[in-house]
Design a protein around this ligand. Structure first.
Ligand SMILES: NC(=O)c1ccc[n+]([C@@H]2O[C@H](COP(=O)([O-])OP(=O)(O)OC[C@H]3O[C@@H](n4cnc5c(N)ncnc54)[C@H](OP(=O)(O)O)[C@@H]3O)[C@@H](O)[C@H]2O)c1
Length: 330
């Protein structure tokens, strides 16, 4: 089968598109004919070596897939040949990646694709959607009527946070880096979207939430706790989920006297069972037409190296080049 893989960590040029053996599904696995995969910032960090990961070479890249079951081991009862499925959290903890024509996936990580939902949309919402659902519901316990702020509402995670927070009944404030992306955030449902390059974000948040923000979702790798804690309401919650090297100062006094709480979130720690709960909610919202994928472009899998270059430029070097996910087609 064709696959996009690496034999060493390094720049995007180390990504090889070539032939690897088609996997055989073992006990509890289904063989999936992959229809679409997407790129996440973590793929870039793993490929570049920015985060240490145990890799066995050749290492197939990619965490997410959407496709069809073409073979199922006898022990699998919940999926059958012909079922359309999506998955995330592959390419980690010994599970092979998804950037290939076929992938063998344990059935516990598979979720059905609701009728009428495309492979591209399903895959573009997988990792980022599970992250957003877990953070909003399990970690932040967001309630209807509360005010949520998400820094970076046009990004992969941010665009899911905006939409899901609205579905959960919150009032949503967010930021984006261009007027087009600001408009896109409003289109996703944000009550207030602020261009962080041209507007005073702090003043805008204070105007919208004079009593403070109930939930602050930070997608940036350099959280500014002084700014955030000052804008949090009493019993406000903050989600942090990026920036492994970040060591910013933390305003202890202002934080504890407001009974605030801080939640670290790494979706890859969530068990298959926890992810199933998130996936069920995502599927329900997709089927109801309440959740939309934000896709910047669709490329052939053969262009995986270029996709990595673009994602790195946009997320790591903050070019803002992307306005949504890159979907790749094997
Ligand atoms: N812990 C986890 O479980 C988990 C899961 C998924 C992702 N992540 C991490 O979360 C981060 C975001 O992921 P992603 O997939 O959403 O990335 P992304 O699609 O590249 O989004 C990045 C966002 O940051 C915004 N941004 C950049 N500079 C900004 C600034 N100064 N102020 C406000 N917003 C700014 C961008 O807005 P513009 O484009 O409008 O400038 C964009 O919306 C990455 O570091 C990723 O590795 C962690």
């Amino acid at each position: 089968m064709k696959a996009a893989y690496i034999n060493q960590i390094g720049t995007p040029e180390v990504v090889i598109y070539g032939d690897l053996p088609t996997p055989k599904p073992s006990r509890r696995q289904c063989l999936i004919k992959v229809a679409a995969v997407d790129v996440n910032p973590i793929d870039v960090y793993v490929r570049s070596g920015a985060i240490p990961a145990k890799l066995t070479f050749p290492f197939i890249l990619g965490r997410d897939l959407a496709g069809m079951v073409v073979e199922a081991s006898a022990s699998v009862k919940d999926f059958k040949v012909g079922d359309r499925v999506w998955a995330t959290s592959q390419g980690a903890d010994g599970r092979p990646g998804t950037f290939a024509e076929f992938a063998a996936v344990d059935h516990r990580w598979l979720h059905p694709i609701p009728e009428g939902v495309s492979d591209d949309d399903a895959v573009a919402l997988s990792l980022v959607g599970v992250t957003a659902q877990l953070g909003l519901v399990r970690n932040a316990n967001l309630k209807a009527g509360e005010i949520l702020f998400v820094n970076g509402g046009s990004g992969g995670v941010g665009s899911c946070v905006v939409q899901m927070a609205k579905i959960l009944g919150a009032r949503v404030v967010t930021t984006a880096g261009t007027d087009e992306k600001v408009a896109a955030c409003r289109d996703l449902g944000a009550d207030l979207a602020i261009n962080y390059k041209t507007h005073d974000v702090v003043a805008a948040i204070k105007g919208f939430a004079p009593e403070g923000v109930n939930v602050w979702w930070e997608t940036l790798r350099e959280p500014d706790f002084d700014r955030t804690v000052a804008l949090l309401a009493t019993r406000g919650r903050m989600i942090i989920m990026a920036g492994r090297d970040a060591r910013p100062p933390f305003p202890v006094g202002p934080f504890y006297v407001k009974d605030c709480s801080l939640h670290g979130l790494a979706m890859f720690n969530a068990s298959a069972r926890e992810q199933r709960t998130a996936a069920n909610a995502i599927n329900r919202w997709l089927a109801e037409g309440k959740l939309r994928a934000r896709i910047d472009r669709v490329l052939p899998l053969a262009q995986a190296a270029e996709a990595h270059r673009l994602q790195e430029e946009s997320t790591v070097h903050k070019s803002g080049a992307l306005a949504g996910k890159i979907v790749l087609k094997p």
